[in-house]
Design a protein around this ligand. Structure first.
Ligand SMILES: [Zn+2]
Length: 88
């Protein structure tokens, strides 16, 4: 099935970025944001940063009480992971 994805601009993409990362967007909007990130390096970079940040918050919660050097290593790994955005 071919569906034309509406082009959205950076402002709109970033507006929905958190919901997108949380998987809270409906299918159509999720596709719009994903299509934008595919074409827009600056927004993709923001998206990666936010993803790392969200993971960091989670990891920090889990790692509470972990030694400082462990927490730093976890954070470093998260920030320098160059994985592609998840595709479904
Ligand atoms: Zn953009």
């Amino acid at each position: 099935m071919m569906t034309a994805v509406r082009q959205i601009d950076c402002q709109e993409a970033l507006e929905h970025l958190y919901a997108y990362l949380d998987g809270e967007l409906d299918d159509v909007r999720e596709e719009e944001v994903r299509a934008h990130l595919d074409q827009c390096a600056p927004c993709l970079r923001v998206s990666r940063f936010e993803t790392a940040f969200l993971r960091f918050l989670e990891a920090r919660t889990r790692a509470k009480g972990a030694p400082e050097h462990v927490r730093k290593r976890v954070l470093a790994q998260l920030l320098f992971t160059e994985d592609e955005p998840e595709r479904r």
